[in-house]
Structure formats: structure tokens, C-alpha cells
Write a protein that binds this ligand. Structure first.
Ligand code: ZN
Length: 252
């Protein structure tokens, strides 16, 4: 059964057509949630890609919402670029090189959005996730993951090598990773008020940013103001107490 809708969007500069997919939320079998808020539905990131670099003319354009008339569900009569050509800027997301390239793309995005705070917040959040992607699945390196039977030994060993390389790169980029989080923290703090729907989620994001920045006291201070202990919050608190600053898998 097809789990996604296929849409088409046209580059505003050169008129090239691009094909993309939208996952049908009612068809999702499996969601994965990480502590930084990144969520995958059936391995598709739930956050829409708002910045597109046209694969034909390299023009960057912003798509606020994938809705008609910006997109159409009617297949164009001319050849079009498929999703892999422009999704995540055409990078191969599963390799460490691809993940590093994605970080670089977001740096370029920051230059291209000229001082729009909402756009900057969006880009910095995705950039944060992109750095974390380097170490996001480090839990798969552990022996108990091998014994869980989710990977064969050879696949596990190969993956372990990749995870280790990701970790090395992550450490190398740690200063710029923290700089981005600092800037993101300021944006998130300034963006939402208790009247906003996203306010509660933004508090969790602030706690997580402090934790990943290694500012555990600040994280704990806010945690102490939250009366409710969901599985998610309890897990973050546990990591804060352990002085762990890595992104972790919450559910999935
Ligand atoms: Zn174009």
C-alpha cells in the first residue's frame, strides 16, 4: 500500500519540476522520537523541508507549506527531478560524509535567509539535528543491540565503524555545534510565550539544549519547575543527573 502522497513543485526561477512525497500520517506504522525532538515516521523525517536548492539551476527557495497552489498533485507533462535529487539537497544521508555535507548546506542556508528570525530558528534547529545525526544512533554500537537481533553481525560491525567515525567528526565540530545551540537557544527563548501552542514543547527544547550544551544546572532548574513527569521528561532528567550531553533515543 502506498504510504505517501506524491506532489510536484516548480522552481520559481528556472521552472524545473521537482517531485516529492508527503507521508500519510494515518498510514504510519512506526514512529521514532529522539531527545532533540527529531521524529521519524517510517524513517521519514516529520519536519517538512522548507528550503529547497533547485537541482537544475541551484536557486534556493523557501516553501512554507506543502499545500496547493504551491504544490500540485497533477503530474507534469515534462520530465521532472525525483525526490532524491533535492531532498536534503541531494545528499546521501546514510553516510558520515553525507551528514557532514548536510551541516554545510545549513550553514549556507543561514546566509541565504537574511535576518528572518523564524527562518533562522527553523534552519538552526535542523542544523542542530544534523550535527546530532553524526552520533544519533550511537546506541547501535553497543553489544546488547547486536544481541537484540536487529542487525546481523556483519551489518552491526560495519555500522559500528560508521558510528565511530561519526563520533570522531562530532567531537571535531563540537565548538561550532555548541555555537549553533547557543544561537538557537536565544531564538527559542524569544519566540514562544505561554499563549503559543508550541510553548510547552519549547520548554522541553530549552532543557534539552542546556543539557546538550553541558549546562546541567540550568537544565535542572527548569526541570524543577515542571510538575508533570512524562516518560520523556523523566528520561531527560536522568541524563541530566548523569551529566550526559549526547542526544538519545526516547522511543522507537
Ligand atoms: Zn531552478
Amino acid at each position: 500500500m502506498i504510504k505517501y502522497d506524491t506532489f510536484y513543485i516548480q522552481c520559481p526561477k528556472c521552472g524545473a519540476w521537482l517531485e516529492g512525497h508527503l507521508v500519510k500520517s494515518e498510514m504510519v506504522n512506526k514512529s521514532i522520537l529522539y531527545s532533540d525532538g527529531k521524529t521519524l515516521n517510517d524513517n521519514y523525517i516529520t519536519e517538512p523541508q522548507k528550503i529547497i536548492a533547485c537541482p537544475s539551476c541551484s536557486h534556493w527557495f523557501w516553501v512554507e507549506e506543502y499545500k496547493e497552489p504551491v504544490v500540485t498533485y497533477k503530474k507534469p507533462d515534462v520530465p521532472y527531478y525525483n525526490w532524491n535529487h533535492w531532498r536534503f539537497f541531494g545528499i546521501h544521508f546514510n553516510s558520515v560524509e553525507g551528514r557532514l555535507a548536510l551541516v554545510e548546506h545549513y550553514k549556507q542556508c543561514l546566509q541565504a535567509i537574511d535576518n528572518d528570525k523564524d527562518k533562522e530558528l527553523y534552519v538552526r534547529r535542523l542544523m542542530w539535528w544534523a550535527y546530532n545525526d553524526l552520533v544519533r544512533n550511537n546506541y547501535q554500537m553497543h553489544l546488547n543491540y547486536l544481541f537484540s537481533g536487529k542487525m546481523s553481525f556483519n551489518v552491526w560491525r560495519k555500522n559500528r565503524k560508521k558510528q565511530k567515525l561519526g563520533r570522531i567528526m562530532f567531537k571535531k565540530l563540537h565548538d561550532e555545534y555548541v555555537d549553533n545551540m547557543k544561537a538557537l537557544l536565544v531564538l527559542v527563548k524569544g519566540r514562544y510565550t505561554p499563549d503559543d501552542e508550541e510553548y510547552e514543547a519549547s520548554i522541553l527544547e530549552i532543557i534539552e539544549l542546556y543539557r546538550e550544551m553541558g549546562e546541567y544546572e540550568e537544565a535542572q532548574k527548569i526541570l524543577d519547575t515542571i510538575p508533570r513527569r512524562t516518560h520523556y521528561i523523566a528520561h531527560i532528567e536522568k541524563e541530566v543527573k548523569k551529566r550526559h550531553d549526547f542526544v538519545f533515543l526516547v522511543a522507537g
